[in-house]
Design a binder for this molecule. Structure first.
Ligand code: SIN
Ligand code: CO
Length: 397
């Protein structure tokens, strides 16, 4: 969460202000140590690694292995188990039966649980503390647990990642090497050759930032967890395919094939050149503009992942009752909800969210901060929020 009011204030002003505004005293420390978000973005983001000692000092939730196993057994949670037995890697995907974890060796394995931010409020809050990066780029918070010796091997990721150590100790070795050839026979991405250039031992609360394609390997020295904050970096191929899907439902092209001057063919089975030219002319009629690209982005990047479902309220309030409770309790987005906006529209979980003019500022606040405080809000906002409440996209209180 950003606190723009604090920019440029002297420390004594801040300390004085805490007497007036106690919430400032509880404000979590920056995740970037002594760096401002602006310094981080200009000097490190997508450029070079950064180690931040004690990036996170307060954990309101810290799972045991049993909690992670419980998540890894759920149908709506993506999880993996990676083992290295005598130098041979194996990778299994969840959901797992709890018994699976009883058959593990004391060392050399890692269990990884993705999208923990969809299930645990503290994980959601932590993920959105990375909002010095736009929400549209945030992907998920993944947690891995490894006993001593556990790791997922030397590899690189295609996207930026923050690796936060939670409990235990892990030795990270990294390399700017450009040789990114992968072992052919491994069931997961393992670098054929890895030549470490730097290494650190991360302890509880320490965090390492790595730009995309930076080779790295983490090996647990003591049992512990790595919380990975990952980012979305779509490939041009993914965008092209998805945009064409989006466009297919929207294009309206006029005209019907016609060939009034048709000549008798020598080879009737040959596709006539004129036929190609006329079809190409039809396809040249496919056009798009920036407004359509914006709309595509809003839908595509707020679309829920495949395994995501929302729960409607058990006892649904009527719209007037919802409005009364909103005034008293406020509202917050569901942990799985993505609410984005551009200059023209709001997009929630893959759909457009229409709203009257006087709702816009409130919806922007809800999108940025993921909650709205208790207050009397305009009827247009209530009209926009009520269906979202019915679908389980947001919750009172
Ligand atoms: C891990 O959690 O051990 C692996 C995370 C990563 O290297 O990206
Ligand atoms: Co990685």
């Amino acid at each position: 969460m950003n606190f723009p009011l604090l920019h440029g204030l002297a420390w004594d002003a801040i300390i004085g202000a805490t007497l007036l505004f106690p919430y400032i005293a509880q404000m979590p420390k920056s995740l970037l140590g002594n760096l401002t978000a602006e310094q981080f973005l200009s000097d490190y983001w997508q450029k070079k690694p950064l180690l931040i000692r004690q990036a996170v000092s307060q954990f309101d939730w810290q799972p045991e292995l049993a909690d992670l196993i419980a998540l890894a057994t759920q149908d709506d949670v993506e999880s993996r188990l990676i083992e290295n037995k005598q130098g041979k890697w194996s990778c299994e995907s969840g959901p797992f039966r709890p018994n699976r974890f009883k058959r593990l060796l004391p060392t050399d394995w890692t269990v990884l649980v993705q999208n923990v931010n969809h299930h645990v409020p503290f994980a959601t809050e932590l993920l959105y503390r990375f909002d010095f990066i736009p929400h549209v780029r945030l992907d998920d918070l993944m947690i891995s647990y490894a006993p001593a010796g556990g790791g997922v091997g030397p590899h690189f990721d295609s996207y930026d990642v923050f690796l936060l150590q939670v409990g235990g100790k892990k030795r990270w070795r990294i390399s700017a090497q450009t040789d990114l050839d992968l072992a052919e026979d491994a069931p997961l991405k393992i670098l054929k050759r890895f030549e470490a250039e730097q290494e650190w031992v991360l302890e509880h609360g320490d965090m390492l930032y790595l730009p995309p394609k930076y080779a790295h390997e983490g090996v647990a020295l003591e049992a512990g967890q790595t919380w990975s904050i990952g980012f979305r970096a779509p490939s041009a191929q993914e965008m092209g395919g998805a945009f064409l899907d989006f466009l297919r439902d929207r294009i309206e092209l006029d005209g019907l094939y016609a060939d009034p001057n048709l000549q008798k063919p020598i080879d009737p089975a040959r596709v006539p050149y004129d036929f190609v030219v006329r079809i190409k002319a039809m396809l040249d009629g496919i056009r798009w503009n920036e407004a359509e690209v914006r709309e595509f982005i809003g839908h595509y990047f707020s679309e829920p992942k495949a395994h995501v479902f929302y729960d409607s309220p058990d006892e649904e309030d009527s719209e007037p009752a919802f409005a009364r409770k909103l005034a008293k309790q406020g509202v917050q987005l569901d942990m799985k909800t993505v609410l984005l906006f551009d200059d023209a529209r709001f997009y929630i979980n893959g759909e457009t969210l229409d709203a009257g003019l006087d709702a816009i500022e409130h919806l922007r606040q809800l999108a940025n901060q993921r909650r709205l405080p208790p207050a009397v809000y305009p009827a247009t906002l209530i009209a926009a929020l009520y269906p979202c409440y019915q679908y389980g996209y947001l919750h009172l209180g």
